[in-house]
Design a protein around this ligand. Structure first.
Ligand code: HEM
Ligand SMILES: *[C@@H]1O[C@H](CO)[C@@H](O)[C@H](O)[C@H]1NC(C)=O
Length: 617
């Protein structure tokens, strides 16, 4: 029989702790047997059990004392501490979890910055954790002292049943190996092949047109998640899952057969098993992968205690089974083809396959197969890239459209740039996209206010110091989590000026660039920084630019359709008078590994006029 994650955790804890009560019981036995004592068995039981809290209490005190001493020795201090009322600060833990589930993302955590400054200590369950939105601290963790901060064991355990040991989910030499193997694939040549985006964008736009013509609003988040899923699977595997082929969801108040979105991030997961008979394997793959991803995100929000939610069995297992049924034949085929190519080359007396050379039409799997024949490595790596690249791009496009719908003036100016630089019908090119400064600014401003990865975490390897803008540096013990929020950092007036909460793409073009961003580039980190900076950044800008250009060629205006959205998708009424963006919000942002819109972003758009060819800017 195999143990579930929760059972394994309990067993491990028992093995660690059992020696103390066992020791007490054994001592009592010796005293009774040989010392002539007669301790009653109830007293032995009680004192044996009592050793567990005692041991924990003493260990916590000793650790505390050591940490303060070590800090003092290094001329540092402990970051201001957010303390609660309950033992172990369980009230804080509960408030934070509650705020993640029912509140505005990170609000409660951000409120503490006002009280404590941009870095504070967070010590739930007697642990030691740092939370920060200070660009100087984030720079230390991601770049200057990269060696001392890794993703860490906890994160890896949470993700490993889905991601194995790929680039996104490993540290040290394993990470280096994966990164160096995958990186050449994201060279400029490879990522500017737009033919593939073009095909999938055409299908997506046609779907939208159909729905709008029939008089319905659409959930843009759902639609664009299908677009990125289809593009990514074709780009990475060479086999598209065609999620755009199935019927789009209808507005919640339309009684027409209304299948829900297969993507958990769009409308939260149904309990339907993805393995339902009759579903085509590719479609099942897309749905199962999204579900497994969602489960990983749930684990991440629970922190150390995640195994308790999966006591008896690993919940990702059934979904990964569906994923593998689709993926394995593709991997095997790629290895078979590679072996064949090598045989041919040998027969012709040619040189061996050159690993750095990227061939036309080569998929990520073909590329990786040049380095390894290990099915598990191939499997893990492509799923890592799919996870890293798919939701992030979809989410950013979703918020870009949300903001454009809220700001018709920006939409108009962006369309003008599209018509001028690309034209009303022409396919965007790499060179064309590079020239579109306003489009870049619009994408950047979207990533500033709604960074796809709003919260992140690293774990210290050895002790270290973090900068403190107000005095002595902060001491960080070894093996403690340092969480950081670019979402909070991107919205702070301290770094971005008095209009930090406003949507204004011009801040990336006018004198504000020189005032804020140029002197302090770490205030803008949608793609992270340092040696682990996003591998797909250029790819993502290209894909998002390409899609937005085609979207604006097709549609001239857009507006939010709150009437079509399910009630759960709308911002709660109580937010209306809140300061900052919360008060302006028309949807409900939530964060799992990535940011998403609960229940989707429902929109209506009007088509561009046929004769816009003549529009001159
Ligand atoms: C708007 C789109 C995107 C955003 C905002 C984004 C953001 C990020 C962030 C914040 C990280 C750091 C995660 C961490 O280390 O904790 C990351 C890593 C990564 N991203 Fe992206 N990403 C985007 C699109 C993509 C795309 C399209 C791909 C590939 C097709 C991709 C591939 C990766 C990979 C492989 C990593 C791991 C790098 C490493 O650990 O060495 N990303 N991305
Ligand atoms: C957008 O941000 C990127 C950094 O992620 C930067 O390289 C680029 O210059 C910015 N573009 C504009 C127009 O702001």
């Amino acid at each position: 029989m195999e143990l579930g994650p929760g059972e394994r955790l309990v067993l491990r804890a028992l093995v660690v702790l059992v020696k103390y009560p066992a020791g007490v019981a054994f001592a009592a036995y010796l005293l009774n047997r040989y010392g002539g004592w007669s301790i009653p068995s109830w007293a032995v039981c009680l004192s044996a059990l009592g050793t567990i809290p005692l041991v924990i209490f003493v260990a916590v005190r000793i650790r505390h004392w050591r940490i303060y001493n070590a800090a003092a020795r290094r001329g540092a201090i402990i970051a201001p501490t957010w303390s609660g009322k309950w033992p172990g600060n369980l009230d804080i833990l509960q408030a934070v979890l509650n705020s993640f589930r029912h509140g505005y993302p990170g609000e409660l955590l951000a409120q503490q910055f006002v009280k404590f400054g941009p870095t504070y200590r967070f010590n739930v369950l007697w642990g030691f954790g740092i939370f920060t939105c200070d660009p100087a601290v984030i720079k230390t963790v991601l770049a200057t002292e990269f060696q001392n901060y890794e993703k860490g064991k906890l994160f890896q355990e949470q993700m490993s049943s889905v991601l194995g040991t790929g680039v996104f989910n490993s540290d040290g030499d394993m990470w280096k190996w994966h990164r160096s193997m995958t990186r050449p694939f994201f060279s400029k040549d490879r990522i500017s092949h737009f033919e593939l985006f073009d095909r999938h964008a055409d299908v997506a736009l046609e779907k939208m047109r159909e729905r709008f013509r029939a008089g319905y609003a659409i959930d843009f988040q759902d639609l664009v998640s299908r677009f990125t899923m289809d593009s990514a699977t074709e780009f990475l595997f060479g086999a598209c899952v065609h999620s755009l082929r199935s019927t789009l969801p209808y507005p919640h108040n339309v009684s027409a057969a209304s299948p829900s979105s297969p993507f958990p991030s769009a409308s939260l997961p149904s309990t339907v098993s993805p393995a339902t008979a009759g579903v085509d394997k590719a479609e099942a793959f897309a749905a199962a992968f999204s579900k497994a991803e969602h489960l990983c995100a749930e684990r991440a929000t629970m922190g150390e205690i995640w195994p308790f939610a999966e006591m008896r069995k690993d919940k990702t297992r059934e979904h990964m089974h569906v994923v593998d049924e689709y993926l394995h034949p593709i991997l095997e085929e790629a290895l078979r083809k590679k072996a064949e190519r090598e045989r041919e080359k040998k027969a012709m007396g040619g040189k061996a396959v050159d690993a750095d050379e990227i061939e036309e039409g080569e998929t990520l799997i073909d590329h990786l197969a040049k380095f390894t024949n290990d099915l598990t490595v191939l499997h893990d790596e492509v799923l890592n890239i799919l996870l890293a690249g798919r939701d992030t791009t979809a989410t950013t496009l979703t918020f870009a459209v949300y903001l454009l719908a809220m700001h018709p003036d920006v939409l108009k100016r962006l369309r003008a740039e599209v018509l001028e630089k690309v034209g009303p019908k022409q396919r965007p090119t790499y060179e064309g996209i590079k020239e579109m400064r306003y489009l870049r600014a619009v994408i950047n401003e979207t990533l500033r206010l709604y960074p796809a990865v709003p919260f992140n975490i690293r774990v210290s390897v050895n002790e270290g110091l973090l900068p403190n803008p107000n005095g002595k540096p902060f001491y960080v013990p070894a093996k403690v989590p340092v969480s950081y929020s670019v979402w909070a950092m991107h919205r702070r007036e301290e770094y971005w000026g008095p209009d930090a909460q406003e949507y204004d793409p011009d801040r990336f073009l006018d004198e504000r660039v020189n005032r804020y961003l140029t002197p302090n580039p770490f205030i803008f980190l949608p793609f992270n920084a340092g040696p682990r900076i996003c591998l797909g950044q250029q790819f993502a800008y290209n894909e998002m630019s390409f899609f937005l250009i085609k979207l604006l060629q097709c549609f001239a205006t857009m507006e939010l359709a709150p009437d079509a959205a399910p009630p759960s998708a709308l911002a709660p009424k109580e937010w209306a008078n809140a300061p900052g963006r919360k008060g302006k919000e028309k949807f409900w942002p939530k964060s799992h590994l990535t940011l998403y819109a609960t229940g989707g972003i429902w929109v209506r758009m009007t088509e561009a006029e046929e004769n816009e060819v003549d529009v001159q800017m």
